[in-house]
Design a protein around this ligand. Sequence first.
Ligand code: FAD
Length: 391
Amino acid sequence: QESRRYTGIVEDCCCEYETVDSLNGAVLNPLLQELVTTPFFRYFKVKLWCDCPFWPDDGMCRLRDCSVCECPENEFPESFKAPSKRGLLSDDLVCQEGKPQATVDRTLDTKAFTGWIEIDNPWTHEDETDNGEMTYVNLQLNPERYTGYTGPSARRIWDAIYSENCPKYSSGEICQEKKVLYKLISGLHSSISIHIAVDYLLDESANLWGQNLELMHNRVLKHPDRVRNLYFTFLFVLRAVTKAADYLEHAEYDSGNHAEDLKAQSLMRQLLYNPKLQAACPLPFDDAKLWQGQSGPELKQQIQKQFRNISALMDCVGCEKCRLWGKLQVLGLGTALKILFSVDGQNHQDPPLQLQRNEVIALVNLLNRLSESVKVVNELVPSIEGLVSEP
Ligand code: FAD
């Protein structure tokens, strides 16, 4: 009962679970996995420090597996610089995951961010045009996974997100827009939990990493609504990407590496105009149904404000790497909301869509994270069902 396979249409969407699973496994996931490794998509610009507007720093920032590699050059141990001395690393490195390639390259700012507009995203708290204090993180070297960030600090953030900003809709709630915000956050939460469970520190003394299926079951799979919200969020973000196809197709994927940039552009086209996707799930989410009622504009403003609060809460996440991925994914969701609710194909009075480079990077990396989670759920549900089936 708990971990049954999901069938039928994904709630409030337009495609079936089975269709999503087969499209994701065969087409979308392989494309996205390759796309996020290209230089254009692997560097994310972010302000990383703890700067919580709601409560004081709770000292969680120093957890070992929490550190993000944006160490200044002088923090790299000599042994990293000279390959012959590898193996002599001490345990108390300032930057535990430090690898020479992970050094932040500040010249990226002028090299790679040219040709893109600077515009603030009304759905997020961060001022995207503020370049001071931003660093560039290589996402490939800082994977989202278990960090040891847990307990009251983490709980406080999720509680604040859920209780202050998007209270779970009551069963009598008919306003779809309010449900959307809750489902997006819940879907993202499921995805984060799945990544923690997939890449978990199983044995600290042996530094052994692997899957923690029990954790995945307890946090996500045994709650069907959390799984459904994950699929919903995936389709919502996928719809945003395809809706912005015109813009994304013509955007300048310039990272200075011509061959890799051409590859990014080609992969992007294959994603945007995929014949299998267009045949099986042409409209992953029907955004035209939202904001249509009389209170539409008011409701949109209210939800925008709530989402900005959620975005501000990311500065309170007391673990650097969780903050990195939290900020990226919330910006990705904010970008999806911006696309779906500011561009109305029918209304020619609307200003044309404009996205920042960082928004595009966040959107695509978020879609990839969600796609990974959907794939894991689809592949693991049957085996976990066997493992944890109750007598
Ligand atoms: P939590 O995941 O903290 O959940 C708290 C409560 O929320 C649950 O008890 C339940 O009532 C409710 N809930 C849980 N899941 C859902 C859902 N899908 N939908 C609706 N309600 C739900 N830890 C890492 O190890 N690595 C990371 O990269 C990481 N990133 C994070 C990013 C952010 C933005 C935040 C806030 C936390 C992050 N954490 C990360 C911490 C992690 O999410 C958990 O908070 C932590 O592992 C403790 O888990 P928990 O069992 O107490 O439940």
